[in-house]
Ligand binder design. Structure first.
Ligand code: HSE
Length: 314
């Protein structure tokens, strides 16, 4: 355990579900948050900068602090102080994994300061227990596309298997100005669904994993359809469903709600004409979304969170 030395973790945004893979699939995006952490003899000090800084707590409830504390507890380190610096760039409550990024950043920084005692799979489990959604946490740690499921029969709790993301594909993000907290978006889901809907999602989720494994981009339009969560969530933000319809019509490979929303993510081939068409369609649709919104184009990210050590007096 090292006191005084800063560790810096660059953590990617993530998009969970990818349409049919509710609570099962997630994707890392090349849009990152930075978490710096060092150990102190006692207390907690949190400094936050960035676009969403005013929404982030500065005490033990801070998610990066909680991630760090969970790793320290797993390693038997009970009483130690923490100093955390967060640069919060990802919009909060938009389904882009801002909470997962904070937890993973704190957890991986603490692990680095304790000799990298935990492996990445254990970090996923520790962080998912706090954040609640392995489908955001796993791609933040591992990068690429992650398939997550509960793990039984051992002390381990979560399967998280990584696939390479499709190459030459961009994510176009239509980010509404209204946030949709995950707890609210989950409360909108029904207790029961029709058997045919469950079967349709099993088929599409399996098709999506096969398509991503085989590089079959032509399959993504069908493979990203969903009838388990989007039909219940999209109406919560008037006009949002239109973003998905228009992006698909304009030539997106697939379009879906990012995580629990409110962002819509369109997967688009790296071809100028089609990128321009889908961008225009999304910009136009955002005008009809209650509260408006903004667009962002990001690459899919193959690698997960990156840890680096800074010199002791930095
Ligand atoms: N799979 C989760 C959900 C992700 O859709 O509720 C939350 O970000």
């Amino acid at each position: 355990m090292e006191f005084g030395r800063w560790v810096r973790v660059v953590v990617p945004a993530t998009s969970a579900n990818l349409g049919p893979g509710f609570d099962a699939l997630g994707l890392a995006l090349d849009w990152c948050e930075v978490v710096r952490l060092r150990l102190r003899p006692e207390g907690v000090r949190v400094q936050v900068t960035g676009t969403a800084a005013d929404q982030v707590p500065r005490d033990e409830t801070n998610l990066a602090v909680r991630g760090a504390r969970a790793v320290l507890a797993a390693l038997g380190v009970a009483s130690v102080g923490l100093e955390v610096e967060l640069s919060v760039e990802l919009p909060v409550g938009r389904g882009l994994g801002s909470s997962a990024a904070a937890v993973v950043g704190g957890a991986m920084a603490a692990n680095a300061l304790c000799g990298l005692s935990l492996g990445n799979e254990e970090i996923v489990e520790v962080a998912a227990r706090i954040e609640g959604h392995a489908d955001n946490v796993a791609p933040a740690v591992l990068g690429g596309v992650c398939v997550c499921a509960p793990r039984t029969g051992s002390a381990r709790t979560t399967w998280a298997l990584r696939l390479d993301p499709p190459s030459k594909v961009f994510a176009l993000l239509a980010i509404p100005n209204v946030s949709l907290p995950t707890s609210v978006a989950r409360a909108a889901l029904p207790g029961r669904v029709a058997f045919r809907d469950a079967v349709a999602n099993v088929q599409r989720c399996a098709l999506l994993v096969a398509a991503l494994s085989l590089g079959r981009l032509d399959v993504l339009a069908d493979a990203t359809l969903d009838c388990l969560h989007q039909p219940y969530r999209l109406p919560m933000v008037p006009g949002l469903g239109e973003c998905i319809v228009r992006a698909r019509q304009a030539g997106a490979l697939g379009a879906f709600l990012s995580g629990a929303g409110s962002t819509v993510l369109a997967l688009v081939r790296d071809e100028r004409a089609v990128l321009d068409r889908v961008r225009a369609a999304l910009a136009d649709s955002l005008l009809g979304v209650e509260g408006g919104g903004s667009l962002r184009q990001v690459r899919l990210r193959s690698g997960g969170a990156q840890v680096s050590y800074e010199t002791a007096d930095a």
